[in-house]
Design a protein around this ligand. Structure first.
Ligand code: ZN
Length: 364
């Protein structure tokens, strides 16, 4: 076991070799330890957003959420079962940045005037522009975003831009605070104290601020390139300059709920009995991500069964009633084959099914 003494209060405590920043459990000071020289560097801007949930409340949020979505809300308590839930306070590097993008490209002209030359170049319009945005970009301070389910991609930008990274602008991603003071989750931050986790385990900080800044810059670059692409038909050139204004450390509370769905109707034969999950923000109480009770495969499976029975029925009709019914046999069989291909052909690459499989629930 490794012991370290706190840089502020001198109390000694055990530390995790994986951690980059050590958090004193007695006085809540955070510091970086230089193992070669033994020097301790206390970090300054260190905050925590208080957790406002306990297990009972988070389960209440789950039942409210599913009741709004399930077509028979009165059956929700019978057909949905909570398998478990836990909360965790996770460290994020919050990088304040300003990003300025210049772009240029060509768009197809909407209107062609009569008499205008139809030569190739004149159908296109050269366009350029610039835009600037300000962010508090969040980068998870843990080495793996797969440690807990749902954290891999929380950014749902307002414009139709596809995002496939785990960082996000803090203010617009985690929901508005429900039943609390107006403002964003960031406004609710307090100077870091273990007490504000309100019972949650606080995960250690494994990622250095320099790598957090590098990743934030990469993600903002890519985000702005994709925004620029939405502005013009063919993007030829783009340039984004990013100015880092500041960086600090914020711990944010999250809850994961695991549930199962067992309908009390014949439909139960068509659903796959597997665990589904829900991610709730521990301060804003917003549902950030969820696996729906019915996956696409379930819907296609019921399609397969219905069309399969219709194909058999049409076959009987074509034999005993009229040969024209054979046409329907062909149509229904085609739908069956397509459905089967959709289910079995896509089973393996469906990343959502395997998402978060490395999750291990912390013991309490
Ligand atoms: Zn201390």
């Amino acid at each position: 076991m490794f012991q370290v003494s706190c840089a502020a209060c001198n109390a000694s405590f055990e530390y995790n070799v994986e951690d980059y920043i050590h958090l004193c459990p007695y006085c809540s000071t955070g510091f970086v330890l230089d193992l070669d020289e033994g020097a301790k560097d206390i970090i300054g801007d260190h905050f925590i957003v208080p957790n406002r949930l306990d297990r009972e409340q988070v389960e209440g949020i789950f039942f409210d959420w599913i009741s709004e979505r399930y077509h028979r809300p009165e059956r929700v308590k019978n057909e949905f079962k909570i398998l478990g839930s836990y909360g965790i306070s996770l460290p994020y590097w919050v990088i304040s940045a300003e990003a300025h993008t210049f772009w240029s490209g060509h768009s197809q002209k909407a209107n062609q005037y009569t008499g205008q030359s139809a030569e190739y170049g004149s159908k296109f319009l050269k366009e350029d522009g610039r835009f600037s945005r300000r962010y508090r970009w969040s980068i998870l301070g843990r080495k793996s975003p797969k440690e807990h389910w749902g954290l891999e991609r929380l950014h749902h930008p307002k414009e139709g831009v596809m995002v496939d990274w785990d960082g996000y602008p803090l203010d617009e991603t985690l929901g508005a605070v429900k039943g609390g003071a107006p403002g964003t989750v960031y406004d609710a931050r307090q100077a870091f104290k273990f007490d504000h986790a309100n019972g949650l385990t606080i995960s250690g900080v494994q990622v250095k601020e320099s790598s957090a800044i590098a990743r934030a810059k990469d993600q903002i670059q890519e985000f702005h390139r994709r925004i620029a692409k939405t502005k013009v038909g063919t993007l030829y050139e783009h340039r984004t300059e990013i100015e880092i204004v500041g960086i600090h450390l914020v711990h944010l509370p999250f809850w994961v709920v695991r549930y199962s769905f067992a309908p009390k109707s014949p439909f139960r034969f068509m659903t796959t009995a597997r665990e589904r999950r829900l991610l709730v923000q521990g301060h804003t109480l917003a549902v950030l991500d969820a696996e729906l009770p019915l996956s696409n495969s379930d819907k296609v499976m019921s399609n397969l069964l219905v069309c399969g029975s219709l194909a058999v029925l049409s076959l009987a009709l074509s034999l005993f009633l009229h040969p024209l019914f054979f046409l329907m046999v062909i149509i229904f069989s085609a739908v069956c084959i397509l459905s089967a291909w959709k289910i079995f052909g896509r089973e393996k690459p469906d990343s959502d099914l395997g998402r978060g499989s490395e999750l291990s629930e912390p013991a309490f």
